[in-house]
Design a protein around this ligand. Sequence first.
Ligand SMILES: NC(=O)c1ccc[n+]([C@@H]2O[C@H](COP(=O)([O-])OP(=O)(O)OC[C@H]3O[C@@H](n4cnc5c(N)ncnc54)[C@H](OP(=O)(O)O)[C@@H]3O)[C@@H](O)[C@H]2O)c1
Length: 163
Amino acid sequence: MGDELLIQRTAAGFLTLDEVPPGRDLWLMATGTGVGPFVSMLAEGSCWQQFDHVVLVHGVRLGEELGYRQQIAELTQGQPRFHYVPFVSRETVPGTERGRITHAIADGSLEQRVGLTLTPEHSRVLLCGNPQMVRDTIIELKHKGLQKNLRRKPGQILMENYW
Ligand SMILES: NC(=O)c1ccc[n+]([C@@H]2O[C@H](COP(=O)([O-])OP(=O)(O)OC[C@H]3O[C@@H](n4cnc5c(N)ncnc54)[C@H](OP(=O)(O)O)[C@@H]3O)[C@@H](O)[C@H]2O)c1
């Protein structure tokens, strides 16, 4: 309460659904507070028309950092094609995966848990959060044939470093 809030005059960035090439499955992968933009996308709602499946993967250090859980549950209520996969890396929390998102992509356990495969044909992946997580996740996704999306060369991966 009472904190000063600074807002830039012009909004800029590429982490919006408008920038995502058509596909079947939307994978939203975040660490820490990087989940914020994805919660806004769920609230805005066009993802449900644009994609058959929406997967939100959120990695945090401690269970208490899994923010927005209630809001995510409310926004996705009645959406059978929504999958929420929380990861906690530094403690064991019931109902969450233990470890890092990158490891679960590499060993196939994330795809197994969700029941969808990460492929260039079907998957569109948005990444937001820790810059090193973003870099390392891109490496793992490239092993599966996915590429960064560029305006001059469409791909499957869009990202935003959160700091
Ligand atoms: N300036 C900003 O806007 C801003 C925003 C957010 C955070 N921060 C700063 O960043 C620091 C850390 O933020 P945080 O609490 O969100 O923690 P974090 O260190 O970003 O960790 C969040 C989750 O990401 C995982 N992770 C870290 N590096 C990874 C990598 N290379 N590949 C895959 N997963 C990775 C962590 O796993 P491990 O536990 O295994 O490391 C943890 O599960 C804070 O001290 C904060 O000051 C700054």
